[in-house]
Design a protein around this ligand. Structure first.
Ligand SMILES: Nc1ncnc2c1ncn2[C@@H]1O[C@H](COP(=O)(O)OP(=O)(O)OP(=O)(O)O)[C@@H](O)[C@H]1O
Length: 253
């Protein structure tokens, strides 16, 4: 028990089933998932389609409840959604009728925290290089720009747990690599817990301190691999390539 209390986020014996509408019965999306994460860890989840990666993130976000098991943050069960557990999806979910600035400020205004954080809004817009676009609307931005706005809109709440569901999946290769570095800068400056779903094994090794592989039907954790490489990581190094082999073999590629 003493060892467990070192973990900030704990998923204990999590099961999640969905009722199928097309036929009788249920889909077991996750079965007996146990995962413990400490402050400052960057965990990526990789695995084939349908193994429950998004389900796992949505459970931690509090968007859906587990069928069985519990999720503890700082020892307390999570209840529903909270700005403390921010989630960013593959498609940037910005409000189309609000400018960049207003999108980033929206949740602060709802929480009555805008005045105290106004400078932080300015700082983050500057960090992502969108000073000139602060009065622009989402349809006037490129995909990469919109995704950067979505990231800082979540970041402004200083979530203790930052959940990323394939956040870079829709970007071209160059923008994607730049965004990987930007995300690492954000993570290093705040040291919150990051949990990111990706289909890109190199992205997982480049970014995270742990890569968790999953298997489908029912979704479960296969292996939890610590990536013991200094940042910034060299995608061409032998160690990097060895991790790639280990993960691909584990996923049966
Ligand atoms: N709302 C839902 N209702 C019913 N079944 C669902 C629902 N959401 C997910 N599922 C099922 O649960 C399983 C896990 O889905 P999930 O989206 O978590 O997997 P994933 O690993 O994120 O997949 P992908 O990589 O394709 O996004 C799948 O079989 C899926 O069909």
């Amino acid at each position: 028990m003493a060892e467990e209390s070192n973990y900030t986020l704990q998923l204990k014996e999590i099961c999640k089933s969905y009722i199928r509408t097309d036929a009788q019965g249920v889909t077991v999306a996750l079965e007996n998932v146990n995962l413990n994460i400490k402050d400052g860890e960057f965990v990526t989840i990789v695995g084939p389609s349908g193994c429950g990666k998004s389900t796992l993130l949505r459970l931690v976000a509090g968007l859906i409840p587990p069928t069985k098991g519990s999720i503890l943050l700082n020892g307390k069960p999570i209840k529903g959604t909270s700005p403390n557990r921010g989630i960013v999806f593959q498609e940037p979910t910005l409000f189309p009728w609000l400018t960049v600035e207003d999108n980033v400020s929206f949740s602060l205004k709802v929480q009555g925290k805008y005045k105290e954080k106004k400078e932080e809004v300015d700082r983050l817009i500057n960090i992502i290089g969108l000073d000139e676009f602060r009065k622009s609307y989402p349809h006037q931005l490129s995909g990469g720009m919109a995704q950067r706005v979505a990231l800082i809109r979540t970041m402004i709440n200083e979530p203790e747990v930052f959940l990323l569901d394939e956040p870079l999946g829709a970007l071209d290769a160059f923008t994607r690599m730049n965004m990987q570095d930007e995300l690492l800068i954000m993570w290093k400056s705040n040291r919150h817990i990051m949990i990111m779903v990706t289909h890109d094994i190199d992205e997982a090794i480049y970014m995270s301190t742990r890569v968790v592989t999953m298997a489908p039907r029912p979704g479960k954790i296969k292996k939890d691999i610590r990536i013991d490489l200094p940042y910034p990581r060299n995608r061409m190094s032998d160690e990097f390539i060895n991790y790639r082999k280990e993960i691909m073999e584990n996923l049966n590629y």
